[in-house]
Design a protein. Structure first.
Length: 277
């Protein structure tokens, strides 16, 4: 961050994105410049929360040289900040390091270099681009153009290949060995554009369609209508016509022998008389 930008920043213009552009001494300078503002007391918590998004802040309640020395040995900068008209507190401040992929946020992704980004990715157990979660990939691609290729080690640096073209176009490269193959991750900072914080850091929500009484009625009618398919089922009449040979034989048997034997003999005698006549 150049001196012109630092001078332009105030507590009122500081946000969770540009706070990553300043260092510990800048925090004390910007806060001191705002001490004369009448509304400082009412906004102390708000300003402190913004600063805490990029810095570790600890209040030194025991103001002794040996205590201050311990904080300074840990990389903290120590200074006084005014929180109201009659009170000042001593803060120990240290910039949060970006060491792991979980340290990356939509707010700080545009405030690191491509080389720094690839260092962070390399610390992710050497798993390559696909080992990163989708949410982390989305954050990275907000600030960088990313492309990857995986090739046999002896073909990666082939003249005129993708590797040579990307390096010529200004991309930083991270090579991750995978046996006899190598994955190359190319990263290049995207041009910075002016975006509102809300549009930049918050995903757009798709409004849900509001249900109307008519929609509800139509859904209920669709649920009530059940169309039964009997196309492949046999007709009941067909079942009645089914020929059952055993059943027919049994009925025939019963019909033949259900008559009284004496009646049958009488009928046979009468039939004989008719034939003689």
């Amino acid at each position: 961050m150049d001196m012109r930008q630092q001078k332009a920043l105030t507590l009122k213009t500081l946000n969770k994105s540009n706070v990553w552009d300043i260092q510990e001494n800048d925090v004390f300078r910007i806060w001191e410049a705002a001490e004369k503002e009448s509304d400082l007391k009412d906004n102390v918590r708000h300003y402190a929360d913004i600063i805490r998004s990029a810095f570790d802040i600890e209040e030194i309640k025991v103001d002794r040289p040996e205590v201050v020395s311990k904080y300074e040995a840990r990389g903290f900068k120590v200074g006084l900040v005014k929180i109201d008209d009659n009170a000042k507190v001593k803060w120990a401040i240290k910039k949060r390091p970006i060491l792991r992929v979980t340290d990356l946020t939509y707010e700080n992704i545009r405030h690191i270099s491509a080389a720094k980004l690839l260092e962070v990715i390399e610390r992710n157990f050497g798993g390559g681009w696909e080992s990163l979660s989708q949410s982390v990939q989305d954050i990275i691609e907000r600030g960088f153009d990313i492309s990857t290729t995986t090739l046999p080690k002896d073909r990666l640096h082939k003249p005129g290949g993708m590797y040579e073209k990307k390096v010529h176009d200004g991309y930083e490269v991270l090579e991750i060995a995978k046996g006899t193959w190598v994955e190359a991750i190319f990263a290049k900072e995207k041009p910075k554009t002016e975006e509102s914080p809300k549009a930049k850091f918050e995903p757009k929500e798709v409004p849900e369609k509001e249900e109307t009484p008519q929609d509800s009625t139509e859904e209920e009618e669709e649920e009530d209508v059940v169309v039964e398919d009997h196309y492949n089922e046999p007709d009941e009449d067909d079942n009645d016509d089914t020929f059952d040979e055993d059943k027919l034989t049994e009925e025939s048997y019963r019909t033949t022998y259900d008559e009284d034997p004496e009646t049958l003999e009488l009928e046979a005698s009468e039939m004989g008389d008719e034939e003689e006549y």
